[in-house]
Ligand binder design. Structure first.
Ligand code: AKG
Ligand code: FE2
Length: 352
């Protein structure tokens, strides 16, 4: 577009996407990242498998039924790299309230949200990702990111005063997530025939939980932007709560839309679970598409090994037929971040 000057990413990122949409601004420059007309044809609609994790927690199920769910879990994680967790025991009302908490936060006036704003290079707080490397695209979304566990990593100055029940609700959800991560980590180990505590031991006593509320504004040109660019997570795994469709998972060369299921938690493997499972579980590439009319909230809980803790493939998964494919690594999330900012995956950095 001759004659149209595009501000640099730093300048664009000084404004929130939500503000731009309210002001009627069109996306421009690095926000324009889609040129994949052909990929519309390759969007598929097969549902992500659902696994009833209640059977791993209660002991009320028969051995056959439990084995069947374990097999489903293993098969979903080695093909899709994710599954919809049902039977998690979190009341539907709490899931609704957590999503609502996100909505209410973003619906506040800018002056209120700005009290929790992060600077460009920080992670915790309200804003967008730090400025990516030259030539990388920007996401058509706003975020609010908080570290939750271990508690000493919390920065309470960034915990909103409004809505007033924010702190209570977040603490309640954190407790539920600790419980769910324990069930999921143990079940994943059992599904691979390993000692049920092996992944928990790798995550360590100081395993981290961090939450990201993602707000995806509508966009007049959803064909040109993405709410979140294609990426794989650097976490151990991520537990996603969503209210509307928009998330897509890459599998077999196609984008698969994750249907909305307000009662389910979408459990998605990050690169570190791919490493610990020696490649048996896949860390899937995923993205979020924008909608012309509708906004969307998602709440992602990142579960990541303790800071400074070395992780690596479980020995029990390595054999003559299944040689080690990953090295031991530590603070992989930082390695991941370096590549993410270049628009690249990081997993190769952990390969032997
Ligand atoms: O919004 C979503 O559903 C996915 C969010 C996500 O992939 C992330 O925060 O890493
Ligand atoms: Fe993600």
């Amino acid at each position: 577009m001759a004659g149209v000057s595009v501000p640099p990413a730093e300048v664009l990122l000084s404004k929130r996407v939500q503000q731009m949409v309210i002001a009627g601004d069109e996306p421009l420059g690095p926000y324009l990242c889609r040129n994949d007309h052909h990929d519309e044809e390759s969007t598929a609609t097969s549902p992500i498998p659902a696994v009833d994790i209640g059977c791993f927690a209660t002991g009320n199920w028969s051995a056959e039924e439990t084995e069947e769910e374990l097999q489903k879990l293993k098969s979903s994680l080695s093909t899709w790299g994710c599954f919809q967790a049902m039977g998690h025991g979190i009341p539907t009302s709490l899931l609704y309230e957590v999503r609502q908490l996100g909505r209410e936060f973003f619906e506040q006036p800018m002056e209120e949200k700005s009290k929790y704003a992060k600077t460009v290079n920080e992670f915790q707080g309200y804003g967008a990702d730090p400025v990516p490397e030259e030539g990388q695209s920007l996401d058509w979304s706003d975020r609010f990111f908080l570290e939750l566990v271990p508690e000493e990593r919390r920065d309470y100055r960034l915990w909103p005063q409004q809505p007033t029940f924010f702190k209570k609700m977040l603490e309640e959800y954190t407790e539920q997530m600790k419980r769910v991560t324990e069930i999921v980590s143990k079940s994943m180990a059992r599904s691979l025939g390993l000692d049920e505590n092996c992944f928990l031991a790798q995550f360590g006593e100081g395993a981290q939980l961090a939450i990201r509320f993602n707000y995806y504004s509508p966009c007049t040109r959803p064909d040109l932007v993405l709410g979140l660019k294609p990426h794989a997570d650097g976490s151990g795994y991520t537990i996603i709560l969503q209210d509307e469709v928009g998330l897509q998972i890459r599998k077999d060369g196609k984008w698969h839309t994750a249907f909305k299921n307000p009662d389910a938690l979408l459990v998605l493997m990050g690169d570190q679970m791919e490493i610990m499972s020696n490649g048996v579980f896949k860390s899937p590439v995923h993205r979020v598409v924008s909608d012309e009319k509708r906004d969307r909230i998602s709440v992602a809980m990142f579960y990541t090994p303790e800071v400074g803790k070395e992780i690596g493939p479980e020995e029990g998964l390595i054999s003559g037929e299944a040689p080690r494919i990953f090295k031991k690594v530590k603070d992989y999330a930082d390695i991941h971040w370096g590549y993410y900012q270049k628009g690249m995956r990081a997993l190769h950095a952990a390969q032997v």
